[in-house]
Design a protein around this ligand. Sequence first.
Ligand code: FPP
Length: 255
Amino acid sequence: MPASGPTPGTPRIPRHVAVIMDGNGRWAERRHRPRAIGHRAGARAVNTCIDFCLAHGIGALTLFAFSSENWGRPEDEVGALMKLFLNALDREVEELHRRGVRVRFIGQRDRFGPALVERMRAAEELTGGNTQLALNIAASYGGHWDIAQAARSLAREVAAGRLDPEAIDEALLGERVCLADLPAPDLFIRTGGEQRISNFLLWQLAYSELWFTDALWPELDAATLQRALDDFASRERRYGLTGAQVAGRPEETPE
Ligand code: FPP
């Protein structure tokens, strides 16, 4: 899928959906169960979401699985999440590969243990040629980190004498942030009732349509995702232009 800038107007089906999967802990607490059980239920909802994207021809799905800030959670919860990620990779990657899903991880990979890093590498290698769905897992990811790493990579080129600082513009920085080879997310979905971006894809979400639901992530079903898609299809994306410009009709001038 080629990288592309904003195109006024709205494709009916988003090319790229980005999701904050929030509410696992509350889902478990409401059932008087440990938070780790909520994350396990959340892993099942990940499959619901992938199935939906494949069925609807959505080309890319980016899931916020673990933020830079999540390392600060209680040790047992972080441990349970690491075990869950490891098991999910062992269990799901072959099937994802069979279904034509390309799996990629974005974030500070070196913060994870060697077993997980190796599983990530192997999953990316196995699925690298697939084209049905680009599934990006943001793990130990933060939007601030992403922009900083992009700036650092340009700074290295300036220091090496290969790049004139005056040549640095939005396009050049945009080529260095994560997922630069994909269209920016058309649609951002957050479950769990909070209405914020929480240091997710800060650069990439500049023109995304935002959609929030009170449903907790483990409750996610195809009907909820369809509501998000229907709402998305009704939006007019203007990218700073006027409604008339986007529709290709003459501006209305007052009498
Ligand atoms: C946020 O809910 C969720 C997380 C920090 C973890 C997300 C992980 C999964 C959905 C599990 C599996 C993922 C993959 C990719 C296999 P929260 O714990 O902050 O919920 P709360 O706001 O109710 O406390």
